[in-house]
Design a protein around this ligand. Structure first.
Ligand SMILES: NC(=O)c1ccc[n+]([C@@H]2O[C@H](COP(=O)([O-])OP(=O)(O)OC[C@H]3O[C@@H](n4cnc5c(N)ncnc54)[C@H](OP(=O)(O)O)[C@@H]3O)[C@@H](O)[C@H]2O)c1
Length: 252
């Protein structure tokens, strides 16, 4: 009998009620992992934990308040101690602001940057330092292909995600010699509650499970950057290469 693939692996999921993160947690639970869930919504998190247990994983829950930086650090400390250390962490916290509001309202701008940059950056920095101290560990943080070029339709979200990509690049550089993997996950359009208000039709829309499979595989390969699904590599390569005069004629 072969052991399940992730038997005993200690994995924390920050933003555990996320559609993408839940799909990843299921893959780990089905392969015997021990999961610690971290989220603000206790009832929704309890439902995720029950589902993971049915699938064969162990699942603990930590309620976190990401409105303050103290809340974010307390969440890392609780997740870290739940199983006496961690092997892997996934940071999925993020929220799509209304661009039309956030571009003109400084309070909305600040909120969007806090939840898409400051909070995930603080969690990532803390987790990576703990992995470095134990000479190993893997961190996956969900950014977005939206962070790769500023576009008028969503540059507030894009700027926060792009900033997070630079932060992760530096964090990886800092801790690479200590055996820490820092994976920057850049999905395209995914069918989750974050995009419930958009028209979700067309070949570019992906199911969370497809994205989750690619995240798990990229973490195992210790990759640094993942654009997912795969077709975003050529699309983003072209979008980034478009000369500015041409780019300015698009409504992207
Ligand atoms: N869906 C897409 O098309 C897409 C594309 C590219 C990147 N992403 C990124 O992928 C990650 C996961 O998103 P998802 O698509 O799975 O969406 P989701 O299901 O809406 O998950 C977002 C997660 O962030 C948490 N969150 C949002 N605002 C928060 C706040 N103010 N305080 C505390 N927690 C908050 C949510 O908690 P609650 O459940 O309590 O709201 C949830 O756990 C995000 O970073 C998102 O930006 C998504």
């Amino acid at each position: 009998v072969t052991e399940p693939r992730f038997q005993g692996r200690r994995i924390a999921i920050f933003g555990a009620t996320s559609g993408i993160a839940t799909a990843a947690a299921r893959i780990y639970a089905e392969a015997g992992a021990r999961l610690v869930l971290v989220a603000r919504d206790e009832a929704a998190m309890a439902a995720v934990a029950d589902d993971l247990r049915v699938r064969g994983g162990e699942a603990l829950s930590v309620r976190a308040d990401f409105r303050s930086m103290e809340g974010a650090s307390a969440a890392v400390e609780s997740a870290w101690t739940a199983f006496g250390g961690l092997d892997t962490a996934v940071v999925a916290i993020g929220s799509l602001p209304d661009q039309a509001i956030a571009q003109d309202d400084p309070d909305a701008l600040e909120e969007a940057v806090r939840i898409n940059f400051t909070v995930p950056a603080a969690l990532s920095g803390d987790l990576a330092a703990r992995f470095a101290a134990q000479q190993g560990g893997a961190l996956a943080v969900i950014t977005s292909v939206a962070g790769e070029r500023g576009r008028r339709s969503n540059y507030v979200y894009g700027a926060a995600k792009g900033g997070l990509q630079r932060f992760l690049e530096g964090l990886r550089h800092r801790h690479v010699q200590a055996g820490v993997t820092v994976l920057d996950v850049r999905p395209g359009f995914v069918i989750t509650k974050m995009t419930a208000g958009l028209t979700r039709k067309g070949p570019l829309w992906a199911e969370p499970r497809v994205v989750a499979d690619s995240i798990v595989a990229a973490l195992e390969k210790r990759r640094s950057v993942l654009r997912t699904p795969w077709f975003w590599w050529p699309i983003i390569t072209i979008v980034k290469m478009l000369p500015r005069p041409l780019f300015h004629r698009t409504s992207l």
